[in-house]
Design a protein around this ligand. Structure first.
Ligand code: RI2
Length: 305
């Protein structure tokens, strides 16, 4: 199977998952595809790049990091289309490599910036399995050696167990709860902060993340607990400027139950309104959700032209 198809299936089946990981894995696949291409004609190669990008974009519908990564590659291909083909391939490979490195750097910066928000003795709740949120919490632990973490199971795919195992491996005292215990446990354990990742940040500051995020945000609001979103700028949605919001992935209902004769819904994401988000940590610093447009203007000027 070629690299594009393989990566498409890896992402679709969630063997590769997490908004940042799917973007960098898809970018890596494009890089390998370009490097290995035997195509001698640049326009034909660019057409194949376009087809490959559109296949990868379809692997999962919600995380905007994926189309953003693919659009960056398409833009770069367009920019260099007048080069001699071997030079084109070389430049494309190094541009994609830089892009991947930038994402890794962004993750490190967010961990550094975000960890400063967590104080000694804080109890932090996280939902699902966001690499970005987890890096913040691990960095806070490295500094304080004295925090507690609460992980929600995150039905139906139980990504919360991955988070709990990761915290355990890092030596962080961790409590695992069922999703529906969030409100009760936030009160009982006196949770100080909620930190979650994002699959998309819209221009108005609304955040799309794993199903269940928005109800935790409402609970946090009720209890006056900081609700913090950790999101690299690649997760900001330029399309939301013109009113297009990524579609909420509806997954196979057998992930929940094999029961028949009733209607079953299995949305994978929900939308947390900006009014419930206290701050968004990006690689460039901490912003209020209302400042999402500034990030979009700064980082995605090229797509908005
Ligand atoms: P990072 C995940 O989606 C979760 O919703 C998580 O919060 C978000 O991506 C961001 O993850 P899924 O792939 O990029 O588990 O922070 O459906 O790792």
């Amino acid at each position: 199977m070629d690299i594009i198809k393989k990566t498409y299936y890896d992402i679709k089946s969630m063997r590769v998952r997490g908004a940042l990981k799917i973007a960098t894995t898809a970018a890596k696949a494009m890089q390998t595809f370009i490097e290995n291409s035997k195509e001698k004609n640049i326009s034909r190669l660019i057409s194949k790049i376009k087809i490959s990008a559109s296949i990868l974009k379809k692997s999962r519908p919600t995380a905007v990091s994926l189309p953003n990564a693919m659009n960056f590659i398409l833009y770069s291909a367009e920019e260099h289309k007048n080069l001699e083909i071997s030079k084109f391939k070389k430049i494309m490979s190094s541009e994609i490599q830089k892009f991947i490195q930038n994402q890794e750097n962004a993750l490190d910066s967010i961990a550094r910036i975000g960890s400063r928000l967590i104080n000694k003795e804080d109890t932090v709740l996280t939902h699902c399995n966001s690499e970005t949120a987890i890096e913040i919490i691990k960095a806070a632990w490295d500094r304080t050696k004295n925090i507690d973490v609460v992980c929600t199971e995150t039905r139906p795919r139980f990504q919360g167990y991955l988070s709990a195992k990761e915290f355990r491996a890092h030596g962080i005292p961790t409590t695992l709860i069922i999703d529906s215990a969030a409100h009760y446990i936030m009160k009982k354990l006196e949770v100080d902060k909620v930190i979650v990742g994002a699959d998309a940040v819209c221009v108005n500051g609304d955040v799309i993340n794993k199903i269940g995020t928005s109800q935790i945000a409402v609970c946090a609001d009720e209890m006056d607990i900081d609700f913090i979103v950790a999101a690299e700028s690649i997760k900001f949605s330029p399309e939301s400027i013109v009113g297009k919001i990524s579609s909420i992935e509806e997954r196979d209902t057998t992930e929940i139950t094999k029961l028949r004769g009733i209607k079953i819904l299995n949305p994978a994401f929900d939308i947390t309104e900006a009014k419930y988000v206290d701050m968004i940590i990006t690689e460039d610093g901490i912003i209020p959700p209302q400042a999402a447009y500034n990030i979009l203007k700064e980082k995605f000027g090229w797509t908005l032209k």
